[in-house]
Design a protein around this ligand. Structure first.
Ligand code: IDP
Ligand code: MG
Length: 171
């Protein structure tokens, strides 16, 4: 009875779903790896809540990489991010921020473990295929930077009950 009640409580009173921002960088788009990388997120069970292709402006890049604008490599980083359109993704899941960062692997592709996106597709510290938000607070800020509210779609996927166990995921 207690178990039933606590599960009931979890199911109906806590929303533990997170959304995170991913950018498929020009190093992904130009190497025609969009489908392959997207496939990994889908297979993992993350819901694609938003997706669009866009050419990044100087303004959005200076904001997005504000922590790096004074670094000597910033002009080269900006050029690499503007070399072609990128694909912006809003991905949703339980602990999605941490799950997606782990899937991306560390910044430098040469140091990333095989099995991670960077570890499987990148040989570079800069041309490293994906951006992924590094915290839940940054994810919120970054999602607002790249998506209007009406571009984030609140639909359910039919396999939801087979992606999470009972009471584990609450939308
Ligand atoms: P992250 O993408 O793993 O979060 P950050 O330190 O936030 O790494 O850096 C943002 C991006 O800037 C990296 O993904 C990479 O493309 C680029 N970058 C970081 N450090 C260097 C560097 O030392 N040289 C060139 N590019 C860099
Ligand atoms: Mg970062």
């Amino acid at each position: 009875m207690f178990v039933y009640l606590s599960r009931h409580y979890l199911t109906y009173n806590i929303n533990n779903m997170e959304k995170t921002l991913v950018l498929l960088k020009p190093s992904c788009v130009q190497r025609q790896l969009i489908g392959e990388v997207l496939n990994r997120f889908e297979r993992r069970g993350l819901r694609i809540a938003g997706m669009k292709m866009m050419q990044l402006s100087d303004e959005i890049l200076r904001e997005h990489y504000a922590h790096l604008v004074n670094r000597p490599f910033f002009p080269s980083l900006a050029a690499s991010m503007q070399a072609s359109p990128v694909v912006a993704l809003a991905l949703e899941g339980v602990d999605a921020v941490q799950v997606v960062r782990a899937m991306a692997g560390p910044t430098n592709g040469r140091e990333a473990a095989p099995g991670t996106i960077r570890g499987d597709y990148s040989m570079s510290n800069q041309q490293n295929i994906v951006h992924a938000s590094d915290s839940t607070s940054n994810a919120e800020i970054e999602l607002k930077r790249f998506f209007r509210d009406d571009e984030i779609l609140d639909y359910t996927i039919g396999t939801f009950a087979f992606i999470y166990g009972d009471g584990e995921a609450n939308r």
